[in-house]
Design a protein around this ligand. Sequence first.
Ligand code: ZN
Ligand code: ZN
Length: 397
Amino acid sequence: MEEKKRQIAQAIDAVSQELSALAIDIHDNPELGFEEFKALGFISAELEKHGFAVQKGYGGLATSFRADAKGQPGGPTVAFLAEYDALNGCGHGCGHNLIATCSTGAFLGLASVIGELKGNVCIIGTPAEEGGAGKVKLLRAGAFDDVDFALMMHPSSGGSNLVGRGGRAACTVNVEFFGKGAHSSVPKNGINALGAVICLFNQIDLMRPTFDPQDNINGIITDGGTAANIIPPYARASFCLRAETMKRIEELVEVIRRCAQNAEALTGARAEITMDDISAERYSNRPMNQAFKDNMAALGIEMQWPDPKKQYGSSDIGNVSIKIPAIHDYLSITDDKTVQSHTVEYAACAATPEAIEVCIKGAKGLAMTGYDILSSEDFQREIKEYHSQQVPDFYRQ
Ligand SMILES: [Zn+2]
Ligand SMILES: [Zn+2]
């Protein structure tokens, strides 16, 4: 291993007790998206302890932050991204406490040698990944405008260390119907809003055979009335849409809109559609993936490239990856294949000594990859060229 990389690893080892405490503090205080004030406090305290100024509320979100370490002028900026939101009902069942800790360690590690490099390193705290698409809001606010490369890792399970995994585009669409209440003995005096929701579901099912293989619409009824002897005056459904691209999601939203308009025309219940920001499909940067894979191998963790035919989940890192070269690679925190993310079992795994050890190795791997980038202009060019060929033209303004 190169001398500088050894120095980076030593700098991270020197703070490993603090990182371990950080992972456990965030884990034991789970907070939902946009409410991650305790996590923000824990991470800021760690960064400030090492002399870094933390800009809280960065990009206009109350629980986001940014800290910088400047190297020699004239070089690019590498960002490590931290997520720290939890899930409703299963705490840190996605292990975002480990993402935050990993990126904090990576930042401290690369910052320890930044004076010898041309360029800068920063850490950006990105709230609300689990619903809320915090990174999309930060992008819109220009929070990534001076960032050239974005790196993060995500914990996984079952011994699956995946590098370069893609992700589908996704979005939540809510449809409300406003009808008219009536006594159930005289339904014709009312307008049944639940009937409109059921009509909507049936019409979406009618359209399913026309979907592309990667398209997926999953719906639930979140409000279907209050009592069986009342004609429901109000009903609401929520749909999770997934597709290969953000463009295709927009087409599927139009399908839902047409189905809702039909239900409205038939029943007389007025439809109202609202949607969250779309999490874009992911463009994983292969040269950066390869560097991270090599660095992790040197640290004793072998990573694999994923099966391209598999249907994967979604994240707002996709939107970042359209703008700048990015990686979001997976390190397994338990060999147990029965433990799936978004469960209480997974949340329990996200605070074990084994998980924290993987997280600290991940911090070293990310910091070393950041070093690979800042120390070679040829590598920077290779990454950017790959990115410009990989992202479809329709995303360029
Ligand atoms: Zn998740
Ligand atoms: Zn996650």
